[in-house]
Ligand binder design. Structure first.
Ligand SMILES: Nc1ncnc2c1ncn2[C@@H]1O[C@H](COP(=O)(O)OP(=O)(O)O)[C@@H](O)[C@H]1O
Ligand SMILES: [Mg+2]
Length: 242
């Protein structure tokens, strides 16, 4: 099975507004897909539908080989979803937060799993710090460690590096690249074009419709920069809607 996500006609309506408008979305295993687009274009809504946290109005297809509408329980246990606004138990330490998360998925080897997770995220020296005292980059690192603890086959990361300093962002990307190299798929939303350049493929969504899809070179083709390409697609989208 080449595709971790293979869904067609995905649609969400809220009241009379079409928030996500019959999009087709395919994400290969072992690859990182960047999900870009202006605020309010439906990125978060799409991710929530894909992992079964939000129902869709239309659409058919599979996530990790399971029917994305009927088998969302099976999908949820195999997906790591990092929400746009991460949250922890602030009065627990980093280690305790990871223990809590590990216990949601496993009965055995909790200590070993937490130890490995702390090591992988380079959090071991900070394991006894209270999560509530962490700054942005460290919070993201803990959130990613918590997302990875059950070794998901698919990672959905919703603007995981917003407001994070460049060094922490670089480390974050190195971690998700290692993870993808292990065969899992990653769909990550971001507004940063330097991050888009690190993706194997980009999906560009504007106001509920996918406007462009392909490698960075393909998206850039005919434009002087990725930004210019994105601006063009935003304007096209607005023109189509009006
Ligand atoms: N529960 C909701 N009720 C009403 N409108 C919503 C709700 N959730 C999302 N929307 C609207 O749907 C659109 C897409 O939102 P979202 O998926 O969060 O976009 P993005 O993540 O790309 O910024 C926005 O216009 C937002 O206001
Ligand atoms: Mg969002």
């Amino acid at each position: 099975m080449k595709y971790a996500i293979d869904v067609r006609n995905l649609t969400k309506k809220i009241k009379n507004n079409v928030i996500v408008d019959h999009i087709n979305i395919r994400v290969q295993r072992g690859k990182i897909y960047g999900f870009l687009g202006p605020n309010g274009s439906g990125k978060t809504t799409t991710m929530r539908m894909l992992c079964g946290l939000l129902s869709s109005d239309e659409g058919e297809g599979h996530c990790l080989g399971f029917d994305f509408k009927k088998e969302s329980d099976k999908i949820k246990s195999r997906v790591g979803y990092m929400t746009q606004k991460v949250s922890f138990w602030e009065d627990l330490t980093i280690r305790e937060n990871l223990e809590f998360t590990a216990k949601m998925f496993y009965e055995d080897d909790i200590e070993k799993r937490v130890r490995e997770s702390l090591e992988n995220a380079a959090l071991t020296p900070h394991a006894d710090r209270l999560a509530g005292t962490l700054s942005g980059g460290w919070k993201q690192r803990l959130a990613l460690a918590a997302c990875l603890i059950h070794e998901p086959e698919l990672l959905l990361l919703d603007e995981p590096t917003a407001g994070v300093d460049p060094k922490a962002r670089k480390e974050f990307w190195e971690t998700i690249r290692r993870f993808a190299d292990g065969g899992s798929a990653v769909l990550v939303s971001t507004h940063y074009t330097d991050e888009a350049e690190r993706c194997d493929k980009i999906i560009y969504i504007a106001y509920g419709s996918i406007m462009a899809e392909g490698t960075v070179a393909e998206i850039k083709s005919g434009f002087s920069s990725l930004e210019d390409s994105f601006v063009y697609h935003i304007n096209e989208s607005l023109r189509n809607k009006s």
